[in-house]
Write a protein that binds this ligand. Structure first.
Ligand code: 13P
Ligand code: SF4
Length: 357
């Protein structure tokens, strides 16, 4: 079917999407992450960052949720919806390279290694960034831990430290580090855990001393932004404000005027006065949309090279239409179905987060 859709003129595709969308009505909810391309986001019933979309998934009565985003987002929606609801990821190959940087076996091994030095179940709260597999959310639920997103990370870290003296934070080193630094946590209290090395590359003394253990993971898109890009922008455009997503490196976040989630960046630009210029360090589709929606404010992409999330880009009108056709015909070929074993604890760690938000 996909080849036939790629051979169909775009205007016909968009027409059929419009017609099916209207026909299906409340039977379907289309969620669109801010990194989706324009032709897809145009059909989203709700657009948002990871937190906002998870909140909508948790509260919708729609029998079908089409998640225009990446795999971990659809898994999260499946955990938060009832068994009677079906979650669809239009292209199953839309993953997240950061989420792949920590797997269940590696995190369990880390926990065992920590147990050789400290008692992790008494002293460490595991915190997983929502950009992770359902198995890791389940691990956190089972071990007294929680999920965070880029928009509630500070609140979640406070929650975690209120319970136990240390945090194991995975898979994104940068979100954990940038958030903790902004909270005034001294650098000396943090260590990085490299899953490829024994004890994560740390000494037992360093593990014993640390209050924040940061998994060595990163986003391949956000790591492309550099502090020198901000310097060049400031030299070229006097008074420009630099906005960065917290998945960017410490150097970029420290030089930024504002650090926040995709939703927070959108609100920040919308609230600024006309004429204010911005250079934004996050995914290209969102930066282009900021420009489109704020014609009175010059918006630049921070990096001189293109940084796009290629997996977010996999969702196109063809895949969206194929998903709508499946709903219409009543046979969803590949729904996102988190294994039962990960549902219970995964839900607990997500609900702990949603209660905080
Ligand atoms: P947000 O939660 O800010 O939308 O970020 C999700 C993400 O994957 C950013 O790379
Ligand atoms: Fe994952 Fe980075 Fe893409 Fe976000 S931008 S979905 S973290 S690869």
């Amino acid at each position: 079917m996909m080849q036939q859709l790629y051979d169909t003129p775009e205007a016909d595709l968009l027409d059929e999407i419009r017609q099916l969308r209207a026909k299906l009505g409340d039977k379907v909810l289309i969620l669109g992450h801010h990194y989706q391309r324009e032709e897809v986001i145009a059909f989203a019933d709700v657009t948002g960052d990871s937190l906002k979309l998870a909140q909508h998934a948790a509260s919708t009565p729609a029998p079908y949720i089409i998640f225009c985003g990446v795999h971990f987002m659809a898994e999260t929606a499946d955990i938060l919806t009832s068994d009677a609801q079906t979650v669809i990821l239009p292209d199953l190959a839309a993953g997240c390279s950061m989420a792949d940087m920590a797997d269940d076996a590696q995190v369990r091994r880390c926990w065992q290694e920590l147990a050789e030095i400290i008692k992790p179940d008494e002293t460490v709260t595991p915190v997983t960034y929502i950009n992770s597999t359902a198995a890791l959310k389940s691990f956190c639920g089972e071990h007294g831990g929680i999920v965070c997103t880029s928009s509630n990370c500070q609140r979640v870290l406070n929650w975690a430290w209120d319970r136990r003296e240390k945090i194991l934070f995975f898979p994104d080193q940068h979100l954990g580090e940038n958030t903790a630094l902004a909270m005034g946590v001294p650098e000396a209290d943090m260590i990085v855990w490299d899953p490829a090395r024994p004890l994560g590359g740390n000494t037992p003394e360093a593990i014993d001393r640390a209050s924040l253990i940061l998994w060595k993971g990163f986003c391949s898109v956000h790591q492309l932004f550099r502090p020198e890009h901000a310097t060049a922008m400031r030299e070229k455009h006097k008074g420009i404000k630099i906005l960065a997503h917290p998945e960017c490196s410490r150097g970029v976040c420290e030089t930024a005027d504002f650090v926040g989630s995709t939703e927070a960046i959108i609100q920040h630009v919308a609230a600024a006065k006309a004429g204010q210029a911005f250079a934004v360090a996050t995914e290209l589709n969102l930066v282009n949309r900021l420009r489109l929606h704020n014609p009175d404010k010059p918006v630049y992409f921070l990096s001189p090279t293109i940084c796009m999330c290629s997996t977010m880009f996999r969702t196109d009108p063809q895949h969206l239409l194929a998903s709508l056709r499946e709903v219409d015909e009543g046979h969803v070929a590949h729904p996102i179905a988190v294994p039962q074993a990960d549902q219970r604890w995964g839900k607990l760690s997500l609900e702990r987060m949603l209660e905080l938000a």
